[in-house]
Design a protein around this ligand. Structure first.
Ligand code: NAD
Ligand code: ZN
Length: 352
């Protein structure tokens, strides 16, 4: 078991180990003795782990209640959010009580946003059950729901009170969902940890406690230094500008992890062509992505990707900040006129 203290303005702990869901009551009860705990989960995850968590909370003296919604990104919207807010009010949760997000990034973002806004903010505990949620979304305090106009457009910064990551939960994940999380693990390797990229060679290694701990330490360090995403935190967007455009252009049939994988490959090939990094850097990333069965290109035209990227919320105004690799394990931020992105996409779409 590993415990990492995130040195945020309000520090919190991330605990990583096996069997933590069956000890959820003990873990949460220690921080919030005898409080009401609203467990928020999607139908798939609740069917697998809901009763374990509810029983554990009851046994610890807490009073649990549960809100279960239909799994999938489509549920991360204002309708589910408003149903959840009304549920919290009907359950008479007070400011001293807790929302526990049991699930992947969709659950964490939705429950986190409800916790951020219910009674102007109550405690949120994250219980991530996907690899992506473990290494990325459960840490850092970004919460949101989607609007018809775009992803994550309604949200808040709300740090979790604690994160308990039970690695045993990953045993029930379908392979393609594990692979999406692997893309984010490889992202950490590319931005600041070359050894991680070389270590994390298979999905099983990516799901290991050691690798999750390593990723959480990176995310913890970067987000604590830039809680509100105005500087270095943008490094975490490596591969995401083009990745988000791929997701949008595919009508979201391409998963986030696949899109980010291709986005990382595009920007690294472009950087190599522009002499910002060596060609070996792009070749190493590509061969690693391929080994995971992750894509390194798409058939979407450069112009369409460019236009989709410009309508993303992170690219407003005249300028765009890109995350560019200098070497494996070393990326930098570079702000440029947004028109330059088209050139990057065009250079990135040509195979090595
Ligand atoms: N807040 C942040 O900083 C941040 C960062 C990255 C991504 N995100 C958000 O995270 C979301 C994606 O997260 P995700 O990929 O975890 O999606 P998800 O929450 O939809 O989970 C993916 C699928 O896996 C299922 N599942 C979850 N855990 C399982 C388990 N242990 N066993 C079997 N099935 C399981 C879920 O029911 C769901 O169908 C997006 O909405 C994205 O915007 C947020
Ligand atoms: Zn991502």
């Amino acid at each position: 078991m590993h415990a990492i203290t995130v040195p945020a303005t309000r520090p919190y702990q991330v605990t990583i180990g096996r069997g933590l869901l069956s000890r959820a009551g003990e873990c949460i009860g220690q921080l919030f003795p005898r409080r009401s705990v609203a467990v928020v989960s999607d139908d798939t995850v609740f069917a697998l782990y809901g009763q374990t968590v509810m029983h554990s909370l009851e046994a610890s003296g807490c009073t649990p209640c549960s809100f279960v919604f239909e799994h999938g990104e489509a549920s991360k919207n204002l309708t589910t959010y408003s149903r959840l807010m009304e549920f919290l009010a009907r359950s008479r949760l007070t400011r001293a009580d807790v929302v526990a997000a049991l699930g992947g990034g969709v659950t964490g973002d939705l429950a986190g946003f409800a916790a951020a806004t219910y009674l102007r903010g109550i405690a949120a505990v994250q219980l991530p059950t996907t690899l992506l949620a473990a290494v990325d979304s459960s840490v850092g305090g970004k919460t949101a729901v989607n609007l018809p106009q775009g992803k994550n457009l309604a949200g808040a910064f709300h740090l979790p009170a604690a994160v308990f990551c039970d690695c045993a939960a990953f045993d029930s994940l379908p392979e393609h969902i594990v692979r999406d999380g692997c893309a984010e693990v490889l992202k950490y390797g590319m931005i600041c940890d070359a050894e991680l990229l070389r270590l994390a060679k298979t999905p099983d290694v990516c799901k290991s406690e050691a690798v999750i701990e390593r990723c959480v330490r990176i995310k913890s360090r970067i987000t604590a230094a830039d809680e509100h995403d105005t500087g270095q935190r943008q490094l975490l967007n490596f591969g995401h500008t083009i990745g988000h455009a791929i997701e949008a252009c595919s009508g979201f049939s391409c998963s986030h992890g696949q899109a980010v994988a291709a986005g990382m490959a595009y920007i690294t090939r472009a950087a190599a062509r522009m002499g910002l990094c060596r060609e070996e850097c792009a070749a190493e990333l590509e061969s690693t992505l391929r080994a995971f069965g992750l894509p390194v290109s798409t058939s979407i035209p450069a112009r369409a990707l460019f236009e989709a990227a410009l309508s993303d919320k992170k690219c407003t105004g005249q300028d765009i900040t890109l995350v560019l690799p200098q070497a494996v394990g070393q990326c930098v931020l570079k702000t440029m006129p947004s028109g330059c992105l088209l050139d990057f996409i065009k250079k990135g779409e040509q195979p090595l």
